[in-house]
Design a protein around this ligand. Structure first.
Ligand SMILES: [Zn+2]
Length: 427
């Protein structure tokens, strides 16, 4: 029975291949005169900013380009970007890139409008008025940040991620142009695509799920399952690129509009990213099968529906059978997350760290730190299976949870940026 739910969406969304070349008429509605483009080095190197700049200059002045967003957006980068925006006299922020430039731009607007320290606005609904207008142009299909009311910023000093949530953080306009994703390399296509999949899965099984977020999440899971491999292996094909871009946007709407927080996979991915700067999508890819196993105890019927949305063949078994034992949900997790037998065996590749490895590399400290941050991270609060209940779960599930943490730590130490997500989309 549904007692209450909330669902809200902010940005206007436009989709069209080649749209960035002709965004002038859309900008006129925002009433801005001087735009600051926020991006990262990779986007600048790929030459994507020239196109955006030319498109903007058909109707507005481009006051400057801040292409210094780090791979994990940081408090220092946000402060530098906000200072630069003030110097330029910018009254519109145009973020071009993946989650980091878009989140950096979102947080810069807090400092531009409210001033003070960024930390003062960490948390839920601490903003009370509209911020500097913003357009988001994603160049990855993963974060959905172009339509979410969230920004996640790394505090380099505390080595943890800060989460900001307010409807005012959402951009005013999201431009989905699949041509902007064509140059994304396969590893990043895979890693960011898995991030979108995890957004959809966690919003579907989380305690904030409602009928609207459910319909969005299942649609996203269907589209990602059908297009992630193609987008990864033939990045020049505009069709799967476009499908992934739309799916990632829909998955972003599912979790943001439905109340925000995600679940155990994101809680740990945030904690691990804060501690080790592991790529967010890669951390999610490694953690996903463990998170599914961990949560399947609590909501097996939801995982059976996810399996069906992924196109898992129930093999002639009745729906009740599939739901009853939850086997198919685990199959679905393996199908995208890769079977252990397929994992590379070469030295330094994704192999299980031994206790000796862990001790040699950093003792117990990183694992304790990640576990502590992960257990208290905001996303944990809506995970269907609470970490506080872990001692009462079957021992296998507990072991999986901690094994997953070890595995991501290991990846960070040996410096494997995207291989796990690569495996995740292997046929
Ligand atoms: Zn994510």
């Amino acid at each position: 029975m549904i007692d209450f739910f909330e669902f809200q969406l902010r940005p206007r969304v436009l989709y069209k291949a080649g749209l960035v070349d002709d965004i002038g008429p859309e900008i006129a509605n925002l009433g801005a005169q001087r735009a600051l483009i926020v991006a990262d080095e990779g986007v600048a190197r790929a030459g994507l900013l020239d196109r955006v700049r030319a498109g903007l200059e058909r109707s507005i002045t481009v006051a400057g380009i801040f292409a210094e967003a780090p791979p994990n957006s940081s408090v220092a980068a946000v402060a530098r970007g906000a200072d630069y925006a003030r110097e330029c006299g910018a009254d519109l922020i145009v973020a071009v890139g993946g989650g980091s430039p878009i989140d950096t731009a979102k947080a810069m607007r807090i400092l531009l409008t409210e001033g003070g320290r960024l930390h003062d606005y960490e948390g839920y609904n601490l903003l009370t008025r509209s911020l500097t207008p913003m357009i988001a142009i994603p160049t990855t299909a993963g974060t959905g940040s172009e339509v979410t009311a969230w920004a996640v910023i790394r505090d380099e000093v505390a080595r943890m991620k800060l989460a900001f949530s307010s409807i005012y953080l959402a951009p005013d306009l999201a431009i989905l142009d699949p041509e902007m994703t064509l140059s994304l390399p396969p590893g990043l296509t895979a890693a960011t695509g898995i991030d979108a999949l995890v957004h959809a899965i966690e919003s579907f099984v989380g305690s904030n799920a409602n009928p609207i977020s459910d319909s969005l999440a299942l649609q996203a899971i269907d589209m990602i399952s059908n297009n992630l491999r193609d987008a990864t292996y033939d990045g020049s094909d505009i069709e799967p690129r476009g499908q992934m871009l739309i799916a990632s946007c829909i998955a972003g709407m599912a979790f943001s509009g439905g109340g925000g927080s995600l679940g155990i996979v994101h809680a740990l991915a945030h904690a691990i990213g804060g501690a080790f700067e592991t790529h967010h999508g890669t951390a999610n890819a490694i953690l996903l099968p463990y998170g599914m196993q961990f949560n399947s105890v609590a909501v097996p019927n939801r995982f059976a529906r996810i399996a069906r949305a992924m196109g898992v063949n129930s093999g002639g078994r009745s729906e009740e059978d599939v739901i009853a034992d939850g086997i198919r949900c685990r199959c679905a997790g393996r199908r995208l997350a890769g079977d252990r037998r397929d994992r590379p065996r070469r030295r330094g590749a994704l192999c299980q760290p031994t206790p000796g490895d862990l001790r040699r590399r950093a003792g117990d400290r990183p694992r304790r730190m990640v576990t502590r941050h992960g257990d208290t991270e905001h996303c944990v609060s809506v995970s269907p299976c609470l970490v506080s209940e872990a001692p009462y779960l079957p021992p296998l599930t507990q072991r999986s949870y901690y094994r997953a943490i070890s595995q991501v730590e290991m990846c960070s130490w040996v410096g494997i940026p995207h291989s796990s997500a690569w495996i995740a989309v292997r046929d």
